[in-house]
Design a protein around this ligand. Structure first.
Ligand code: NAD
Ligand code: UDP
Length: 323
């Protein structure tokens, strides 16, 4: 259910043309706020915000967050960063810069404006975890020099910056550790498992499982996640996070492939390919803290959310086929 702020605010969403950011913007506009979307369109697309083109309270600015930004807003959601391994490994130096320089620039902006600022952190801060499920006080098991490090260490450093600005400058911060999220507006070619499997199934192509498919992930539907974002942003000043946001249902990639085949009615066969280096073997959020402090937990079951996501990709692939 959408929750309503007391007053209209002017809100900056960085990475707002991306998958999660565009859903967050829809929700903030629904609540009556003004939204400024800042994005360099590296992995995001104007298609995700096309429907807002003539919205009187929406503005788009093409800008790279690794450069300073001088604007006036009341609140900031910092989501800018490529999120899929294929995308963030494409230009790893830029990925670290986006997380670290981007955080410094957005925190500097928040400091000047005395604005509350939200950080989209990630379950990747736990690396390939040796504690299961992962609570927020687990410090993680991260390779600092591997192919995923640009993202994992960049996001870890961003968290450090958020907490140092909080301690040193008294900034009001809200840090969410997001676990695998899926839904409409995921990029069809970003290589993430849900989009890959659905697109492969709809095209009748083989479904590519990396490794033996026994690794696990927990998948949260995007509407549930956005609800968690807003509850965290609205929470008492003393609630800084980090707080895990994700769906605790845990599935192997083999189970996910079977669900996608069932949901699409596809005749695709499963094929096995090499497991990428440092691929986490298991992942599931401990969401006790979010339940307690935000009264939040996901409501959308994987089968239901997959169905809606399949509907989205069915239409997208048909639109793409017809130009
Ligand atoms: P996405 O790739 O769809 O969106 C990221 C957006 O950031 C894109 O629109 C991209 O163009 C923009 N961007 C990238 N670099 C930028 C830069 N230097 N300047 C300005 N804009 C830039 O990914 P998403 O899934 O929507 O993820 C959003 C945020 O949530 C990211 O910070 C990501 O790390 C975090 N997150 C996502 C997941 C998930 O499962 N989707 C999980 C954990 C964390
Ligand atoms: N994966 C897979 N086939 C694919 C894409 C991904 O088996 O076509 C696996 C991948 O190796 C990982 C899991 O699915 O174990 C989730 O991958 P994703 O890239 O979506 O997210 P992350 O690894 O960052 O959680």
């Amino acid at each position: 259910m959408a929750r309503v702020y007391d007053n209209r605010k002017r809100i900056l969403v960085t990475g707002g043309a991306g998958f999660i950011g565009s859903h967050l913007i829809d929700r903030l506009l629904e609540q009556g706020h003004e939204v400024l979307c800042v994005d360099n369109l590296f992995t995001g697309t104007k298609r995700n915000i096309d429907h807002l083109h003539n919205h009187p309270r929406f503005e788009f600015m093409r800008h790279d967050v690794t450069f300073p930004l001088y604007i006036e807003v009341d609140e900031i959601y910092n989501l800018a960063c490529p999120a899929s391994p294929v995308h963030y490994q494409h230009d790893p130096v830029q990925t670290t810069k986006t997380s670290v320089h981007g955080a410094i620039n957005m925190l500097g902006l928040a400091k000047r404006l005395r604005a509350k600022i939200f950080q989209a952190s990630t379950s990747e801060v736990y690396g390939d975890p040796s504690v299961h499920p992962q609570p927020e006080d687990y410090w993680g098991h991260v390779n600092p020099i591997g192919p995923r490090s640009c993202y994992d260490e960049g996001k870890r450093c961003a968290e450090t910056l958020f907490f140092d600005y909080h301690r040193q400058h008294g900034l009001e911060i809200k840090v969410a550790r997001i676990f695998n999220t899926y839904g409409p507006r995921m990029h069809h070619a970003d290589g993430r498992v849900v989009s890959n499997f659905i697109v492969q199934a709809l095209r009748g192509e083989p479904i590519t499982i990396y490794g033996d498919g026994s690794q696990t992930r927990s998948f949260c539907y995007v509407d549930d996640l956005v609800d968690g974002f807003i509850r965290l942003m609205e929470s008492a000043t003393s609630v800084t996070g980090p707080v895990n946001l994700g769906n605790p249902g845990e599935f192997t990639m083999l189970e996910l492939a079977e669900k996608v085949i069932q949901s699409t009615g596809s005749s695709s066969k499963i094929v096995f390919q090499a497991l990428p280096q440092d691929d986490p073997k298991q992942r599931r959020p401990d969401i006790s803290l979010a339940k307690k402090t935000l009264d939040w937990e996901p409501t959308v079951a994987l089968d239901q959310g997959l169905g809606w996501t399949v509907d989205y990709f069915t239409k997208l692939l048909s639109d793409m086929a017809h130009g």
